[in-house]
Design a protein around this ligand. Structure first.
Ligand code: SAM
Length: 243
């Protein structure tokens, strides 16, 4: 899988792809998990819901169940394991690349994971203009595309406006978890997060210790890079209540 720089997400509000996943199954794995499978329509969010977006429309009847967002789910290894081990939480995965969006949605449907929805859109636009403020208990961003060439840095997800909006989307006490193998991008990310007045650095432990049996991070890229012996850089921050 070579995702880096392959298919830049567009900027602007019109990030609504027309090539939606059809109802036919896309099978990428030979192992078929046990349990009741779902239809793709059960695990995907239609772009039309972005107009007048609200979490109740994505997770009808969720009550006060916490909401977590993962940006750039890729093959969704992390999201699948976390959602299956934290069934009282609602999860939205956003993925721009159609191939991986379809892969992830199909994976959730085949595993019958009822507390996840997948959305194909530009997550930068979603966070800045759509995501309800003070609504997320966790925001996960693992191995965001580094766009290593200087002339492409403007395409990076982590920009001051994105970080400000992401901080606004967290509830008080909500946490943002970021990891990357790219040292230079990490320095930028960590600087933006540490200098934000509403965010405070916390240990990188995505609540897993409190939930026995919960999955470790273990994203697809993380696994690959660890096998290759690369260093992984991690940071977590928490939204502080405003006094
Ligand atoms: C390097 S991959 C990492 C995938 C996964 N998080 C992992 O660790 O295995 C980055 C992913 O982010 C997605 N992505 C990049 N920019 C995005 C954006 N603006 N909105 C949504 N997804 C995006 C890419 O399509 C790709 O699947």
């Amino acid at each position: 899988m070579n995702l880096t720089n392959a298919n830049p997400a567009p900027e602007g509000p019109a990030a609504r792809p027309s090539d939606r996943t059809s109802s036919s199954r896309v099978t990428h794995e030979s192992a078929r998990p046990p349990g009741a499978q779902l239809e793709l329509s059960d695990v995907t969010v239609e772009p039309a819901l972005l107009d007048g977006f609200g979490w109740e429309r994505v997770f009808p009847g969720r009550g006060d169940r916490p909401i977590e967002l993962e940006i750039g789910t890729g093959k969704a290894r992390f999201l699948l394991h976390r959602a299956r081990s934290m069934q009282q939480h609602c999860f939205l995965g956003i993925e721009w690349a159609n191939e991986f969006y379809r892969f992830a949605a199909d994976r959730m449907a085949r595993w019958g994971v009822r507390n996840v929805r997948m959305l194909r859109t530009d997550a930068g636009v979603f966070v800045r203009t759509v995501c309800p403020r003070r609504s997320l208990t966790a925001l996960h961003i693992y191995h965001p595309d580094p766009w290593p060439k200087a002339r492409h840095h403007k395409r990076r997800l982590f920009q001051p406006a994105f970080v400000s909006a992401a901080a606004e989307c967290l509830v008080d006490g909500g946490r943002m978890f970021v990891q990357t193998d790219h040292a230079e991008y990490f320095t930028i990310i960590a600087g933006l997060l540490r200098n934000h007045p509403d965010l405070a650095a916390v240990p990188f432990e995505p609540d897993l210790a409190e939930r026995p049996g919960a999955a470790a991070i273990g994203t697809n890229f993380e696994e690959k890079y660890i096998r290759e012996g690369r260093s992984i850089h991690r940071i977590a921050v928490e939204r502080r209540p405003r006094l």
